[in-house]
Design a protein around this ligand. Structure first.
Ligand code: HEM
Length: 136
């Protein structure tokens, strides 16, 4: 079995579940409405999802570097898409943590806005993933 392909495939498994967690989690929290307990649990799931995306995204780069001694030479469009994904992941992680710390003391309108932003960041990252994939 080709170890390089196995590495990419297993990394992609983590990356795909991470994407499902950040997007699905935020949508589920919006759909649940003002119910603090399940939303708090979902916020941790979303934090785990963003961490999974950052770690698995970096692992893609590490595998390429290990086998080729350099990072893939990707087009400008792909580079912009990758930059957007990294920015979404960093802000999504920070925002989800911010939610966990402050949600209990803030009004429902604030909580709703944070979940909307988290859903939007997930959606933007998913859209960017398609451009990264096909413009690489
Ligand atoms: C630090 C952040 C991230 C990095 C470094 C990163 C990096 C990558 C890389 C290198 C690939 C493989 C591209 C290829 O097949 O040519 C990939 C694929 C993918 N990424 Fe990310 N990613 C990040 C965050 C995200 C986020 C936040 C999402 C979604 C919420 C996401 C969703 C996807 C999906 C769905 C694919 C598969 C695309 C396809 O093959 O059609 N990524 N990512």
């Amino acid at each position: 079995m080709d170890l390089q392909n196995l590495g990419y495939a297993l990394t992609q498994v983590v990356h795909n579940f991470g994407a499902s967690a950040v997007v699905g989690g935020a949508i589920a929290a919006l759909w649940l409405g003002p119910r603090p307990e399940p939303r708090h649990a979902i916020a941790w799931l979303v934090v785990s999802g963003w961490v999974a995306q950052i770690v698995s995204g970096a692992t893609f780069g590490a595998i390429s570097f290990h086998y080729y001694g350099q990072f893939p030479d990707i087009s400008t469009v792909a580079m912009i898409a990758l930059t957007i994904k990294v920015a979404c992941a960093a802000s999504g992680l920070a925002l989800a943590f911010y939610y966990i710390i402050h949600a209990a003391s803030r009004p429902e309108s604030w909580r709703h806005s944070i979940w909307l932003m988290l859903a939007a960041l997930g959606a933007i990252a998913l859209i960017s993933a398609a451009f990264l994939r096909w413009f690489s």
